[in-house]
Design a protein around this ligand. Structure first.
Ligand SMILES: *Cc1c(COP(=O)(O)O)cnc(C)c1O
Length: 371
C-alpha cells in the first residue's frame, strides 16, 4: 500500500484520490495511443477531446451561459493581476478594487501600473479580518474587482456585491473556485489559478463575458490578449495539456459526486466541524476571521503562543495531518479544506485538535497549580 496522508496545504493542494489513480492508470498509454498524455500533441484528436470535454464539464457544472468564454491560460492568477487591467481598462475611468488582504493587495499593485485605481472599500482597519459590507462602486468605473477568498487571511465573500449597470465585476476565485454555487451572470470575469481547488499547478482558468474581449488595445502583445485565446479555444500556442487533463478528471469526479450544490453542502459541514472546535475551545484556539466572513476553504486560527502552535503542527504531522502551519507572512495555523479534502480527513483533524487541547490545557493547569 502506498502511504497517503491528510494534506491541508493551501496550494498546490490535495487532489481526489480517484483522480490520481485514474491518471496513474492512463499515464503510459493515453486512449490506446501507446503514448502518455504528457507526450502527445496538443493538437491530436485524442487530446483535443479531453480539452473540449474539460470546458464542457466546467460549463455544465458552473452553469456558465453561452455568451461567456472559458480560457485555459498560463502564468498563474498573478498574471491575471495585470491581464485584467490590460484587457479591461478604459481611458479616463478608474479601476475599482476592494482591499481585503494579501492577494487583493497584489492585484491592486499591478493595476496601478496601468492607470487610476480607486479602493472602493477596505478591511485594513482590522487587519483584513472581515469582508466589507454594502460596498458601493461608482457608475463610471471601468470595472470592479474583488478577491473571492483571501487564502492567507481566511476570509471569503459569501454574497456577490452589486455593481452599477455597465460596470463588470471581476473576481479572483483562485482559492474558492467551485466551492459553492455562484451565479456566473453576476460576473464579467472570473479567474483562478487551478492549483488550489481544481487541479494541479500550471493552468489558470478565466471565464469572460464575450463583450469584454474587445476592449483590449490593438498594440497589446498577442499572448496577453484574452481575445486571442478565446478565438483559438485556448490553443493559440501550446496549452498546458497535462494540467488541463487533470482538471478534466477532477471535473468528472465532481460531477459524479452530484455537482457543486452537493460539494457546497459537504464544504459547509467540513468547515463547521473545525469552526465549532475553535468556538467551543474557551479561547484555546482563536479564529482569525470575523465569524460572518469566515472562509469555507482556508480556516485560520491561533494558539496562545507561537511555541504552542509549533508543537501543534509537529504533533499533527505525527498523526499524518500535514500542512497546518499558517502562511509565513502572518504565522498562526491554517487548515485548507478544499473540495478534495474528505469529511473523514476533516474529522481526523477535529479529533486531533480536541485531544491536543485536552493534553495541553492539563499541562498548563498542572504547571500553574505547582506555581
Ligand atoms: C494563490 C493565489 C494567487 C496566486 O496564484 P498563482 O497561480 O501562484 O499566481 C492569487 N490569488 C489568490 C486568491 C490565491 O490564493
Amino acid at each position: 500500500m502506498t502511504k497517503r496522508v491528510y494534506n491541508f496545504y493551501a496550494g498546490p493542494a490535495t487532489l481526489p484520490l480517484p483522480v490520481l489513480q485514474k491518471a496513474q492508470e492512463e499515464l503510459l498509454d493515453f486512449k490506446g495511443t501507446g503514448m502518455s498524455v504528457l507526450e502527445i500533441s496538443h493538437r491530436s484528436k485524442e487530446y483535443g477531446e479531453t480539452h473540449t470535454q474539460a470546458s464542457q464539464l466546467l460549463r455544465e457544472l458552473m452553469g456558465i451561459p453561452s455568451d461567456y468564454k472559458i480560457l485555459w491560460l498560463q502564468g498563474g492568477a498573478s498574471t491575471q493581476f495585470f491581464m485584467v487591467p490590460l484587457n479591461l481598462q478604459v481611458k479616463g475611468k478608474p479601476m475599482e478594487y476592494v482591499q481585503t488582504g494579501a492577494w487583493s493587495n497584489k492585484a491592486i499593485k499591478e493595476a496601478k501600473l496601468y492607470g487610476d485605481v480607486k479602493i472602493a472599500a477596505t478591511s485594513e482597519d482590522k487587519k483584513y479580518s472581515y469582508i466589507p459590507k454594502g460596498v458601493k462602486f461608482s457608475e463610471n468605473a471601468a470595472y470592479a474587482h474583488i478577491t473571492g477568498n483571501e487564502t492567507i487571511g481566511g476570509i471569503e465573500w459569501h454574497e456577490t456585491p452589486k455593481t452599477p449597470n455597465g460596470v463588470p465585476l471581476v473576481c479572483d476565485m483562485s482559492s474558492n473556485f467551485m466551492d459553492k454555487v455562484v451565479d456566473v451572470k453576476k460576473f464579467g470575469v472570473i479567474y483562478a489559478g487551478a492549483q488550489k481547488n481544481l487541479g494541479p499547478a500550471g493552468v489558470t482558468i478565466a471565464i469572460i463575458r464575450e463583450d469584454l474581449l474587445t476592449r483590449v488595445p490593438e498594440n497589446t502583445p498577442t499572448m496577453l490578449k484574452w481575445k486571442i485565446h478565446a478565438d483559438k479555444d485556448s490553443l493559440y500556442n501550446t496549452c498546458p495539456s497535462f494540467a488541463i487533463y487533470i482538471c478534466k478528471l477532477v471535473l468528472d469526479h465532481l460531477k459524479s459526486l452530484g455537482g457543486i450544490a452537493a460539494i457546497e453542502k459537504t464544504n459547509h459541514k467540513k468547515a463547521k466541524i473545525i469552526y465549532d472546535i475553535i468556538d467551543k475551545s474557551s479561547g484555546f484556539y482563536r479564529g482569525v476571521a470575523s465569524p460572518e466572513s469566515r472562509s469555507l476553504m482556508n480556516l485560520t486560527f491561533n494558539l496562545s503562543t507561537p511555541e504552542l502552535e509549533e508543537k501543534c503542527v509537529a504533533e499533527a504531522k505525527k498523526r499524518s495531518l500535514i500542512g497546518l502551519k499558517g502562511h509565513r507572512d502572518v504565522g498562526g495555523m491554517r487548515a485548507s479544506l478544499y473540495n478534495a479534502m474528505s469529511l473523514e480527513g476533516t474529522q481526523k483533524l477535529a479529533e486531533f485538535l480536541t485531544e491536543f487541547q485536552e493534553q495541553n490545557e492539563k499541562t498548563s493547569t498542572i504547571v500553574s497549580k505547582q506555581l
